[in-house]
Design a protein around this ligand. Structure first.
Ligand SMILES: [Zn+2]
Length: 557
């Protein structure tokens, strides 16, 4: 009966939602076939899926990078993973991770992350960013069109290849200056190019570009709307003092979202709200109730981290954040700062850890079911960096779920998987197959021991792998096995939005992306095929026979 109803609802069409329906139907029609051998079987684990609410012992069959069955029946696999007593969850999606190098990916895999996204600062060259990671990555990766780097480039002509390049003296002069009309034109064109090249979002760090006017911000929001892209925004201020307070900065972007209709995601709410974090959470919830498309995220630490030579530490920082020199920790050595060392290191430039977030603020955000978990992890520039990039997800599971009982496990998993996927799926429909443990979903799976999972990275010893994350699969390939990294595998794929230049092979689309439904954003595997056999699988154009098989099965009844 259900099948007939859904068929009548138009499964023959090619609407964007249809594949999600197909995938759900796949779960209904794909009983485990007798005698079938899967590539990988995860046996006897406690399967937890925040979308369906499934929380029961099941066997999971995986083939060709996708989940093919979830069953109580025993399954046969070429490889069998015994998950008895372990939780089998969708792989974690980190929507805020600046560390996008192989070493970062290793730490993240150990923390259960299967998709790592640099959406806040982003990049000034989207095509180049993706190309540099293709075929070389342990986990899936993605990036935004970055307002800060593109703005610097539009004003100075200089490329901005790294985090530190955003804080050179030339870049800082640009960050503090308003754009000319000509520069705004160049910036707008750069952002549009980035979005056309498949950037997942538009990234902004208004705190780092104090020269950006409110008009410029509105203009950037309008561009994001044009491309159905979410904006991930680090607010203009995090100060406790009026009138340039964090609350005023939150009002600025809520207003911009209300005026333009943009999808707004506020970065790291605790380091913006500080002691007013509960009030920030209420402002965001209130805006959402009034119809503003707004979400936020947090990391589970009482310290933030950024460049000491950025605008965040312009004159008056002690009053703004209600901290002093000893609350600053020079990342490279771990030493607490003094007026003298502050002046010296600010001239030199580099990362500083800022002990400024009250525990009550962290707990309020971590426990809130609507707030995503995101690490804000940093490139590993030395032995002493903020531990958040290495331990965020295990810290939530081990410390806040198991030890503190601040939230339940399913809620925590939802904040790490389904919510981040939903943030991006309007812009990049491939995310409809991420963040879920269901038939048809990508086989990004994190298997952990709920009685043992814990972060080990600390401020003193930040380069420590989390513990208790036992198996991690990325697109069906094991990257962590029995708690150890698997060497020499690179199953990570690009997480990329569809390009509007589909189907044409020209200078703007040298790969000749095929444009097949739902969206093809990757390299071509040939011409259009009848029956929509093609689909974008994380940036790859791939023929998926199971889709048409499932479709036939549905049609048959
Ligand atoms: Zn930030």
């Amino acid at each position: 009966m259900k099948l007939r109803g859904l068929r009548a609802a138009g499964l023959g069409g090619v609407g964007i939602g249809a594949f999600a329906v197909l995938a759900v139907l796949g779960a209904l029609v794909c009983a485990p076939a007798h005698g079938q051998t899967y590539d990988v079987v995860i046996s006897h684990g406690i399967v937890m899926d925040p979308e369906s609410g499934l929380d029961a012992v099941r066997n999971v069959g995986i083939s060709s990078g996708r989940i093919r069955t979830i069953s109580t029946a025993s399954l046969t696999g070429k490889r069998d993973i015994d998950a008895r007593g372990l939780v089998v969850a969708p792989g974690f999606i980190d929507v805020h991770e600046h560390g996008q190098e192989p070493r970062n990916y290793q730490f993240q895999a150990h923390d259960g992350v299967t998709t790592s996204l640099e959406l806040e600062l982003g990049t000034d060259d989207v095509g180049k960013w993706y190309a540099a990671r293709e075929g070389k990555s342990l986990i899936n990766f993605g990036v935004s069109a970055g307002h800060i780097p593109m703005r610097i480039r539009a004003m100075t002509g200089q490329e901005v290849p790294s985090l530190s390049a955003m804080n050179t003296p030339v870049a800082e002069a640009a960050n503090h200056r308003e754009l000319t009309a000509e520069e705004l034109g160049r910036l707008r064109a750069a952002i549009e190019t980035g979005l056309q090249e498949g950037a997942l979002a538009e990234g902004m760090g208004i705190n780092y570009t104090p020269g950006a006017s409110h008009w410029e911000i509105l203009e950037m929001f309008r561009l994001a709307v044009k491309y159905h892209a979410p904006l991930q925004v680090h607010l203009r201020y995090s100060s406790l003092l009026e009138p340039q307070s964090g609350a005023a900065a939150l009002e600025e972007v809520i207003a911009a979202a209300a005026v333009t209709g943009a999808q707004l995601h506020v970065a790291h709410i605790t380091s913006m709200g500080l002691k007013y974090t509960p009030q920030f959470i209420e402002m965001i919830a209130g805006a959402r109730r009034q119809g503003v498309d707004i979400t936020t995220e947090c990391y589970p630490y009482t310290a933030s981290s950024t460049n000491l030579n950025s605008a965040v530490f312009d004159e008056g920082w002690q009053q703004r954040y209600d901290i002093t020199y000893k609350d600053l920790q020079w990342a490279e050595t771990g030493e607490r700062l003094t007026p003298e060392s502050f002046a010296r290191y600010r001239r030199q430039g580099g990362l500083v850890v800022i002990h400024e977030i009250p525990e009550a603020a962290v707990r309020a955000a971590v426990a809130d079911p609507s707030i995503m978990i995101a690490s804000d992890g940093l490139p590993i520039t030395g032995p002493k960096i903020h531990p958040r990039g290495q331990g965020t997800f295990s810290r939530v599971l081990g410390h806040y779920v198991r030890e503190e009982k601040a939230l339940d496990l399913m809620t925590a998993l939802r904040k790490m998987t389904l919510l981040p996927a939903q943030l991006l799926e309007k812009r990049a429909p491939s995310f409809r197959n991420k963040g879920r443990l269901r038939v048809g979903a990508d086989a990004d799976v994190t298997v952990f021991d709920p009685s043992r999972v814990i972060d080990k990275a600390t401020f003193e010893e930040p380069l420590q792998y989390s513990e208790g994350i036992v198996f991690v699969l990325v697109n069906g390939v094991l990257v962590v096995k029995d708690g150890e990294l698997v060497e020499g595998v690179y199953p990570g794929r690009e997480a990329r939005a569809p390009s509007p230049q589909i189907g044409r092979k020209d200078a703007a689309n040298p790969a000749g992306r095929c444009g097949e439904w739902p969206f093809c954003s990757g390299s071509p595997s040939g011409a259009r095929t009848a029956g929509h056999g093609h689909m974008a699988v994380f940036g790859r154009c791939e023929t998926v026979p199971s889709v048409s098989r499932e479709r036939r099965a549905i049609r048959a009844g």
